[in-house]
Every structure is written in C-alpha cells, then in structure tokens.
Design a protein around this ligand. Structure first.
Ligand SMILES: [Zn+2]
Length: 451
C-alpha cells in the first residue's frame, strides 16, 4: 500500500513537471515563435550571403523598399534613395543592427502563431513601415553630406515619418574604405535611436520647464545680461550683451547668463527631477528596438558646472529621439505617443486593432501650453516663421560647443501646433555651426515634405 502511494506521488510529480514545461513552451511559442522561425539556423530562409529570402518591406505609401527577386533579396530605389533610407531599411550584411530587415525579420517571414510555417512557405509577409520616403529623401538632401540626424513623428499616433542618420552609404554599393575613412565614421549607427550628443541650448527647454513650475515669480522678473557673468568658479558668457529681458525674451535670446543662474537657483536635485520627468534619460522601445537614453549627470557638480549643465553643456549628452518625444509631449498636453516604425495596418494580426502606446506625463499640461507659446514666440521673433510656410511651428534652437577647435553642433527641436499636422521633430547637424540657421533649414525641408 505504501509502495503504491509512493508511486502515485512520483506520477503526480512527473505530470506536474510536464504541465509546467508545456506552459512555458506555449508562452515562449507565442512570444518568441517568430524569432525562432526567422533565426539564421533556418537556412532555407536565407541566401548564401545571409539575407532573408522572404517578405516585402514597404513604406507608408506602399512603395517597395526591399523584396526578393529571382531568389535574391534586393533593396529598391535609386542609389540616393537607398542611401537616404539605409538606417531604416538596413543592409544585406546585417551591419545596420537596427535596420528593419534585421529587427523585423520575424514579421517578414510572414510567420504567425496560428499558420506557423505555412505562411513562411507562401513567400513571407509584407511589412509596411510608417516611413514617408519623400520626407526621408528631403531630410537627407537638406543634410547635404553633413553628419547628423533628422527625425519627425506623429505625436498622436507614434508613427515615425522620417528617420535619417548620416553618414550613410548605398547598401548595394558598399564603399571599400567604409571602415577606414573618417567621413564614414559611425555609419553603421542610427544616430536617431542609438547615439547621444552635447545638446547646447535645446536643453534650456527643460531648465525653463523646471523654472516655470518651481519659481512662482518667474514671469514677473527681469534680468540684465551684460554679455557674461561669474557663477561659482565659472565665467558664463553669451554671444552678445542681451540687456534687460523677461523670461520669454531670455529664452528667445538663448541667454546663457539667465539660464545658468536659473539652473543654480533650482539646484541639482530639483533640476534632476525635471530631467527625469521629461523622459530624456529614459530608453524607449521602438517596436522592440531599445533607444539610447540621454545622460545628464548633475549630482556633485560645482555651481559653475551646474550652470553650464542647465545651458546644455558640461557633461550633458542628449539622444535625438528622446528630445523628439519630449517635444511631442509639450505639443500634446504633456503625454506623447511612443514612436513606432510599423505602419498602422502592419502592427497587428487583426486589421484595425492598432493601438497607441503613450508615454507617462512628461510635463504638466498647463506648463506645456505656456511653454509652447514661448517656443512659438522664438520662431516668430527670432528664427523666422516664413521659412515654415503656413505651419505654426514652435521650436528651440541649439548651438552646442564641442571643443577641440571644431564648429559647434547645430540643433533644432520643436513641433507643429496644428491638429492637421501633429508632428514633432529633431534635427542635429554635427559641427554645423549656428542652430537656427543650419538645423532650422533641415527642419523646414523635412516639414515641407511631411505636411
Ligand atoms: Zn545673455
């Protein structure tokens, strides 16, 4: 009797283990099945050179970006179009780790948990990206051979319409000197998703955001800029003596003296809290591609260094995509959609069930509205609104000193305040000089193509 009882327990234990194993398998099957099916050891899905042999990649208009022809994967378009699109589409060798051909390989095989391998053998699936090829090409041309990044997205739906990274190259005609020529340095990296740079004055948007919420008399104050001021052990300088200014004028003039003083008055802890709330130091998941968070270390800085950090210098490094999302949140009442590369219809097995993922509250709604008006004033009184046509653009420029005798980085960050064009954008021109002039022109070209 005792022996039987013992055996019963062993049977139950084995049955329990089997059930648990099956459960783990089912969960992993639905979660990772697509990746198993598209894994490189499934050789029948790949050519001898290692490129995926099923599925078409399309832009938002249905233009083919890449497909399989006569048993070989090709990347479509002219050499210029392929170069402009490289960091979106990816390459045939898999060097562009964040390219769609690599990260969406499971979707391209057409794999789904219900039909499984049957769908794969039928030639794979179509993956429609949110990218607008015309906008992409316009931004690439506006960068005009300079290194940098330009991106634009719909802050209501999350769709990325443009995501250019330079330097780039034609993936069907890879330059021999790609890995030696400094002109191609960092060509494999998507600068929008996976890099960060000294932000300069676009960072003043976050310092202003903090000051608006923490300093109740901010809008009653005036400051007099003589062109430089001593803060802690540091001489903080402006490009000119800005004279007596309101906070709005100081923001539009991008007055370093005022923003350095504001950063010190706020203190590292308080400013740090707003940096964190802004989402800049968060990593976003763009359909599974994790982005590089910005790095804004404030702790332990001297007063002088903290002043420079509030101006966007010191050790500040900003990821372009995170700034674009923050701009979207300012435009959209404090929360923005998380950026996505998959077009609305391609995001789900069930058509129409596409859902928007949203960020947390990156900025209070009331603060966002006031900040948007100040950013609109920047364009009206300083950057020039005529270059943006009829669009109501709100923006902040940045000219980031990078040292080493090099030209500063030019930045232009902002959004359109218009329900018909719910776009926010970011432009960086490395060593491009003045932010509004160099990066603002790229933003204007990109917006004109998207609108
Ligand atoms: Zn000044």
């Amino acid at each position: 009797m005792r022996k039987i009882e013992h055996r019963t327990w062993i049977c139950l234990l084995i049955a329990g283990l089997l059930a648990a194993g099956l459960l783990v398998f089912i969960v992993l099957f639905f979660k990772d099945g697509g990746q198993w099916a598209s894994a490189s050891f499934n050789r029948h899905l790949y050519s001898s050179s290692g490129s995926l042999l099923s599925g078409r990649l399309l832009d938002r208009e249905g233009n083919v970006l890449s497909q399989v022809e006569d048993g070989a994967r090709v990347i479509s378009g002219s050499a210029e179009q392929r170069t402009a699109m490289l960091h979106v589409t990816g390459d045939l060798q898999g060097k562009i780790a964040t390219g769609a051909l690599t990260v969406f390989a499971d979707r391209l095989t057409g794999y789904n948990p219900v039909l499984g391998a049957a769908a794969i053998q039928a030639g794979g699936g179509d993956v429609t990206l949110s990218i607008d090829s015309d906008c992409q090409l316009a931004a690439w041309r506006a960068l005009n051979g300079r290194k940098g990044a330009a991106a634009l997205y719909n802050y209501e739906t999350g769709e990325i319409l443009c995501m250019v990274s330079a330097p780039s190259y034609d993936p069907l005609n890879v330059p021999d000197n790609l890995e030696r020529d400094p002109a191609y340095e960092g060509a494999y990296i998507n600068r929008v998703l996976r890099a960060s740079f000294t932000p300069g004055s676009i960072m003043k948007t976050v310092t202003l955001h903090a000051a608006m919420e923490e300093l109740p008399d901010l809008f009653d104050r005036t400051w007099t800029c003589t062109g430089s001021t001593q803060i802690g052990g540091e001489l903080v300088t402006c490009t000119a003596a800005h004279g007596t200014q309101s906070i709005g004028q100081a923001f539009s003039n991008s007055c370093n003296c005022v923003f350095g003083q504001l950063a010190v008055e706020l203190g590292a802890d308080t400013l740090g809290r707003y940096v964190e709330q802004s989402g800049l130091t968060s990593s976003y998941s763009v359909d599974g591609i994790s982005t590089t968070p910005s790095s804004i270390p404030l702790e332990g800085l001297s007063e002088g260094q903290l002043a420079w950090a509030g101006i966007g210098q010191a050790q500040d490094l900003v990821n372009p995509l995170s700034m674009m999302v923050y701009m979207g949140a300012i435009a959209n009442g404090g929360r923005a959609a998380v950026p996505s590369l998959i077009g609305r219809d391609g995001a789900s097995l069930i058509p129409g069930s596409w859902s928007v993922r949203r960020t947390g509250t990156l900025i209070d709604a009331g603060t966002a509205e006031t900040l948007a008006q100040l950013m609109s004033d920047n364009v009206t009184y300083n950057y020039g609104s005529s270059r943006f046509g009829d669009l109501d653009v709100c923006a902040k420029s940045g000219t980031a000193e990078v040292g080493g005798g090099q030209n500063p980085h030019a930045w232009f960050a902002g959004f359109v305040r218009d329900e018909a064009h719910p776009y926010s954008f970011i432009v960086l021109v490395e060593n491009g000089g003045g932010g509004s002039a160099a990066a603002g022109d790229v933003a204007a070209a990109m917006l004109a193509a998207a609108a």
